[in-house]
Ligand binder design. Structure first.
Ligand code: FES
Ligand SMILES: [Fe+2]
Length: 422
């Protein structure tokens, strides 16, 4: 359980909140490049960490992330004209460039023009690793872009998708660091629709539903090893990575690896940026086709939006007849099952009434660390982690071996795990 005040601290991410400030020390993925297809494209509304913004690409192709509301009389720049290196508010014609400077004030005569005194709020943006990233923190703390393994690979090695969760970021993220639920929530009597990696993982999950978890704190977050007893075959070890503030790297016995970022739109809504990647080879067409089905760890979305096709309005595709026959949920798709359960808790789960067990130790550790870091920052202690881009480059592994302890697993597979030097 968590005291209500700690739950508030964990979940609230708007401007001025301790957790919101912590998120504002990181570059965060915010859009996919297709949302801003080219110079002078249509402006797009962007809500991030509880702030309403406008994104556009100017005539030179530079990305602008501006306060949605015009600093004159607060009209929405969403209705603005994107023209000649700036966005023009259509109410009285004030124009702003990607750096937030007011470059024209056509409703004032030259002697009363005060455009040089007007700036609008703007944030830095960068294209990196297949996403558009935004940095919303203080300029003097702006870090280098995070060197996730997939961000450094050629685009052919990865498949990426953005989708909506109607719940707080941490609620969704706690599913990522909860290996135990896979045995139960994702159980079915037919794994043939899954990718080879997920099907192989699922077979292990069914053999032992009481994994032992061992968490190791690190500079970048933590990793934990979950040990499942497979009898004669030895142990299945999954080493899952939590990379600050809300990134998971989830292993499977076969590539691709899944990396997901849970990015708060606001306190009650989240965009997930999911990257499936193969560090050793380009993704095959077959792998891409499978990921597009929505049966795996990313859903299909309604064309032209990021809303999953199966969602609360259609009970996530629940079919009670299917549920009776051997599927735990009667719902199609791994992420769909995850999302149904996460959203079923309400937008911000009441953690005061939980009863946590040993299978929840990784969740407890992540909450503690995030709350402590947010408190530290509020007390003036800045996090160092975002400033070291190499710390983001760790990998997760899923191996079956006779090794009985996590330390030896880590030592044996240290190269594959890409852990930073101690
Ligand atoms: S409100 Fe934008 S120019 Fe007046
Ligand atoms: Fe899951």
């Amino acid at each position: 359980m968590l005291k209500p005040e700690d739950n508030e601290l964990l979940c609230r991410v708007g401007p001025g909140t301790p957790m919101g400030e912590l998120f504002r020390r990181f570059w965060i993925p915010a859009m996919i490049p297709e949302e801003l297809p080219g110079p002078d494209c249509d402006p797009v509304r962007l809500r991030l960490l509880g702030e309403n913004l406008i994104a556009f690409r100017d005539t030179e192709g530079r990305i602008g992330i501006l306060d949605e509301l015009c600093p004159h009389r607060r009209a929405s720049l969403y209705f603005g004209r994107n023209e000649e290196c700036g966005i023009r508010c259509v109410y009285h014609g004030w124009k702003f460039d990607v750096d937030g400077n007011c470059t024209e004030m056509p409703n004032e005569r030259p002697e009363t023009d005060f455009k040089h005194k007007v700036r609008t709020k703007t944030y830095s943006a960068a294209e990196w690793g297949g996403y558009i990233w935004v940095y919303m923190g203080p300029a003097e703390r702006k870090p280098p872009l995070p060197e996730f393994e997939w961000a450094l690979l050629p685009p052919e090695h990865r498949w990426q998708k953005k989708w909506l969760y109607n719940a707080n970021y941490m609620q969704g993220f706690e599913g990522e660091i909860d290996t135990c639920h896979t045995t139960f929530l994702h159980r079915t009597d037919d794994y043939s629709a899954l990718s080879p990696g997920l099907a192989a993982a699922s077979a292990n999950w069914q053999k032992d539903g009481m994994p032992t978890l061992d968490v190791r704190d690190t500079d970048y977050g933590y990793f934990y090893g979950s040990q499942r007893d497979l009898g004669d075959q030895g142990y299945n070890w999954r080493v899952t990575q939590w990379v600050l503030p809300s990134n998971s790297i989830i292993p499977h016995p076969k590539y691709p690896i899944s990396s997901r970022a849970y990015i708060p739109i606001d306190d009650e809504n989240t965009f997930v940026f999911g990257t499936s990647y193969n560090p050793e080879a380009p993704m095959t067409q077959e792998e891409r086709d499978y990921l597009e089905t929505g049966l795996g760890a990313a859903p299909r979305t309604i064309p032209g939006s990021y809303v999953p096709i199966t969602n609360k309005s259609n009970e996530y595709g629940l079919d009670r007849a299917v549920q009776r026959q051997g599927s735990a949920t009667g719902m199609p798709g791994i992420n769909n099952q995850d999302r149904a359960i996460v959203e079923s808790m309400g937008p911000i789960v009441d953690r005061e009434n939980e009863h946590l067990g040993t299978s929840d130790v990784a969740i407890i550790a992540a909450r503690r660390k995030l709350i402590q870091m947010a408190k530290d920052l509020a007390a003036g202690k800045e996090p160092d982690m975002p400033l070291d881009p190499a710390l983001f480059g760790v990998r997760a592994i899923d191996v079956t071996t006779r090794i009985p302890d996590l330390d030896t697993v880590v030592e044996t597979y240290s190269e594959k795990l890409r852990l930073p030097a101690a």
